[in-house]
Design a binder for this molecule. Sequence first.
Ligand code: NAD
Ligand code: DAU
Length: 338
Amino acid sequence: MKNILVTGGAGFIGANFVKYLLRKQRDILVVNYDALTYAGNLESLSDLLEEKRHIFIHGDIRDQSKIEKTLVENQIEGVINFAAESHVDRSIDNPGEFIQTNVVGTLNLLATARKLGIKRFLQISTDEVYGSLSSEEAAFTEDTQIRPNSPYSASKASADHLVRAYHHTFGMDTLITRCSNNYGPLQFPEKMIPLCINNAFCGKKIPVYGDGMQIRDWLYVEDHCEAIWKVFLKGKSGEVYNIGGDNQMTNIDLVRTILKTCGRDDSLISFVKDRPGHDRRYAINFSKIKKELDWKPKHDFASGIVSTVKWYSENREWLDHLTSGEYKSYYEKMYSGR
Ligand code: NAD
Ligand code: DAU
């Protein structure tokens, strides 16, 4: 397939994916469709201004006529849907927006893709749909029961069900990937790793929710991009593929590692009130994608975090731009009660 629609390609993983794809495939047209919410940033795509194989379209995935026009005019063959409201804390403050984009938007994309006979539809989902694990429980497999705990994960799980239903009922060629926590360049600094790096640079306190003993499985974003493209090219229609980093870590260990990498000590750590309904542990069993598609992570966390800190230190303007204005006031409001 030559002409691909990527939605949400001005966000963190989407922008990394667009760049990965343009590096990887010579013969491709990437149409990047993004609403440019607070999380979307054209500066993240500034190095693609002269790139003829990349077209940016400012639009909302809920806008049926614009999606249809985009798919027809660019002779799109495949769709990869990254567009989403993605931050758990915001979903607790305002669940409605998450239902609108993540559920209604995905349904609109599916319906329009079906109407136009799009060959393949890949939904970028998350390990959070599986819920939370105790320290003894085995890692999530693709057969683990869906038990979303936050409005964010509930909206992503709903979208997954719609994708599955479009395959089962209408015979559409769909796929779903469910990945663990990503880190790397271009991540909006409301998420834990860029927030921690930014605060460490500025000598500001780092808010650690609850006891800091929650566990996440961190994956370098480029490894995620590679897995997504493998699934899109070779994944079996109708299937779900888990993607993980094989790198479980407590939040407090993560923060200490980042502080050390930034040349700061632990005095910046500040324990704050916990996130309501906070999932304790995520862990991903990704043996299916490893066996069927020969994928495993290439970056280890020790080197990945060093290059990530280096990227943010070399791109302070990108960070400063995002930490001013609307985001700053949201951030201050959010932490004022903690
Ligand atoms: P992000 O918040 O950085 O980017 C989301 C992008 O979607 C932004 O560019 C935003 O402008 C765009 N967008 C939002 N609403 C839109 C709408 N209605 N129409 C069109 N565009 C819209 O998110 P991210 O971290 O890059 O995550 C991308 C996808 O990957 C999401 O679907 C998320 O659920 C999933 N995911 C993320 C992670 C992670 O660790 N970040 C892990 C697993 C899965
Ligand atoms: O697991 C995949 C998911 O990872 C994605 O689906 C989501 O889109 C993505 O945002 C991420 O969700 P998390 O809630 O795990 O990520 P976040 O970076 O917000 O938080 C990581 C952990 O750090 C989590 O346990 C909450 C904690 N945390 C977070 C922030 C922002 C803190 O302790 N303090 C903070 O200030």
